[in-house]
Write a protein that binds this ligand. Structure first.
Ligand SMILES: *Cc1c(COP(=O)(O)O)cnc(C)c1O
Length: 380
């Protein structure tokens, strides 16, 4: 089976992890701060907090912005459920803004009109979680001006976008127009730590809060102790935190992988370019060709054919494509909260037609040719 996404592991990666196994520390050693440093250097963000998943990073992002059960958080339906769940963890109400049919990213027009309505009804969100779907970055300049006008914080879910650039101006991860950016290092993403993620911010306050929440809410920093006469080896719990730490083994893999990030993205871009050439005359809608994308996904929309039928044909020919995403508000959990099918039409119509074709750095040209040949046969 050709999968839709897959990690790459080199001998250097294996050496990095096995060397770490011989260190004194398997967790809370040197590898995590080194990985955080590498994330800052690559993205230009001032602070990075490496954690055990992208989902944990999203939860920490909400916690660091003090999101609670008095608050409303908005995101898009065309994302992985974690982009919405993180607000629910904090007790906040979730609502969605539909996507733009061309970009498949948050619709700025729909956002603007929803904000105007919410302002009248006094239901403005405290935060908006935007998703750089497939590696294509959202219009951050328009988003940040709306954030300033209506007074909400922006969290960038850049799980798909590590290695993308914003119009060639800065790297995804740098929270240039937002409070926080999160990354995921799940094996299908740009680089992997097996499981892992990171929160990136330019705010000292947010970085400190995220760090505290990521490790039980406990601090060992003597400057922040509230105890007047701390004993030796003193530590204090200041808030109700979690254990979201990344281990040194995972971080060592991340350090080794990040060295190859640009190379991995270049391979993805080359394969994406080849898909354009090979699919151009088929009855499918291709993604916007964005030279700045990290190309996490290559999603086509079928214009004439039944999606499930074509998906099955691909499967029958050894191609395990995927579908990104079932609109989040369609999940029974969100339906129980009152969301209805039909509420966010663009995300829903897009979903019904979408197929994510295999795209990962080690996809061979022969495998890609097989994918396009099977598709051509099925569609013509
Ligand atoms: C992968 C992903 C996440 C969650 O990341 P994990 O590391 O798997 O927890 C969140 N949002 C989006 C858009 C993702 O693709």
């Amino acid at each position: 089976m050709i999968p839709y996404g897959k990690h790459t592991i080199t001998q250097d990666d294996i050496n990095a992890v096995t060397e770490t196994l011989q260190n004194q520390f398997l967790t809370q050693g040197k590898a995590v701060p080194q990985f955080e440093q590498a994330l800052c250097e690559y993205t230009g963000a001032q602070f990075a907090v490496a954690v055990n998943s992208g989902t944990s990073a999203l939860h920490l992002a909400c916690l660091s912005l003090d999101i609670n059960n008095d608050d409303i958080v908005w995101t898009v339906p065309n994302t992985f459920a974690a982009s919405a769940n993180c607000a629910r963890y904090c007790g906040a109400e979730v609502d969605f803004v539909d996507i733009d049919v061309e970009t498949r990213l948050i619709s700025i027009d729909k956002l603007h009109s929803k904000l105007k309505d919410a302002k009248k009804q006094n239901t403005l969100p405290k935060a908006l979680i935007v998703v750089h779907f497939a590696g294509h970055m959202c219009d951050m300049e328009s988003l940040s001006s709306l954030a300033a006008e209506f007074g909400f914080a922006i969290i960038e879910d850049a799980a798909h976008a590590f290695g993308s650039s914003y119009k060639g101006k800065y790297k995804a991860g740098k929270p240039q127009h937002s409070s926080i950016t999160i990354l995921s290092f799940h094996p299908v993403k740009s680089i992997t730590t097996a499981e892992g993620g990171a929160l990136l911010t330019d705010s000292t306050e947010i970085a400190e809060k995220a760090k505290l929440y990521s490790s039980h809410g406990i601090t060992k920093n003597a400057n922040s102790f509230r105890c007047e006469k701390p004993s030796i080896a003193h530590y204090e719990q200041h808030t109700l935190g979690f254990n979201y730490r990344l281990s040194d083994l995972h971080a060592a893999l991340g350090i080794s992988q990040i060295n190859r990030l640009d190379q991995l993205i270049a391979q993805r871009r080359k394969l994406a370019e080849r898909y354009y050439k090979k699919l151009v005359d088929l009855p499918v809608k291709l993604p916007i060709n964005d030279a700045n994308s990290a190309w996490h996904l290559f999603v086509i929309e079928l214009l004439e054919h039944d999606r499930d039928q074509i998906f099955q044909t691909l499967l029958d020919n050894g191609i395990a494509a995927n579908v990104h995403y079932i609109p989040v508000h369609w999940h029974p959990y969100y339906q129980q909260l009152g969301f209805k099918k039909g509420q966010f039409e663009n995300s829903e119509n897009y979903y019904r037609r979408a197929i994510s074709l295999p795209l990962f750095p080690e996809l061979t040209l022969n495998e890609q040719d097989h994918v396009t040949a099977v598709l051509r046969e099925a569609l013509t």
